[in-house]
Design a protein around this ligand. Structure first.
Ligand SMILES: Cc1cc2nc3c(=O)[nH]c(=O)nc-3n(C[C@H](O)[C@H](O)[C@H](O)COP(=O)(O)O)c2cc1C
Length: 202
């Protein structure tokens, strides 16, 4: 089958992306609005960019119904700060509930029972249930349109890293203890450690 993206309705193109690029890691992004109300939402269009400077990026798409910016993006543009909270299996349901389209005045921490922990270098709460936190300052945001299905790329500079002590083993994170989860297509999630194999570099 040969497909020209421009000929597709955006939801069809989206399905091809999420069915091809997987499993995807999940950035559970916490932010605050201009009045200090906290927000938390998951984003699986997420990856690392480089180590020095330590940069990460994720992509909030425009809302499907009206093309509006998601609260996370609005908050980051207004405050210049956010925290990436890494999602472990035991907090999967709360993460999923934070994907509900709550109105901006609703604090997802209070709605889902997540616990706030203050940031060290940013004025954004971390999600205490996460075992790894990347505190970020906004480096750059790129916009790719304002209609449903379009989106933005948020690039963050990591200014502080928190890792639970028990996770660290000789400078590396013990991923078996972290128990990260990944997103597949639709409502399917995966345990990326369920079946792993090693390949030495030649
Ligand atoms: C696991 C998971 C991953 C998601 N990834 C994305 C994503 O990469 N981009 C996006 O725009 N929305 C994504 N969503 C949907 C947002 O989390 C959802 O629109 C949320 O309501 C946005 O919240 P906000 O308006 O508070 O920013 C994802 C949802 C789930 C459950």
């Amino acid at each position: 089958m040969e497909i020209t993206p421009e000929a597709l309705e955006w939801r069809e193109a989206y399905k091809l992306l999420i069915g091809s690029i997987l499993p995807r890691p999940i950035a559970f992004v916490s932010t605050v609005d201009v009045d200090g109300i906290a927000n938390a939402a998951p984003f699986s269009f997420f990856t690392a960019i480089c180590a020095d400077p330590m940069l990460i990026c994720f992509s909030p798409m425009r809302r499907g119904k009206d093309g509006a910016k998601k609260d996370t993006l609005v908050n980051i543009e207004n405050t210049g700060q956010f925290v990436i909270n890494i999602v472990s299996e035991r907090m999967a349901e709360q993460m999923n509930d934070c994907a509900i389209e709550f109105t901006p005045e609703i604090d997802e921490f209070e709605e889902t029972g997540l616990t706030k922990e203050p940031g060290h270098k940013v004025k954004v709460p971390r999600i205490a249930e996460s075992l790894v936190h990347l505190e970020c300052e906004l480096h750059q945001v790129l916009h790719f349109g304002d209609k449903p299905g379009s989106g933005s790329l948020v690039i963050g500079k990591v200014v502080h890293v928190h890792i639970k002590d028990e996770l660290m083993d000789k400078g590396r994170i013990d991923t078996g203890l972290l128990k990260p989860i990944g997103r597949m297509a639709g409502n399917i999630f995966t345990d990326p450690l369920a079946k792993t194999f090693e390949m030495k570099r030649r």
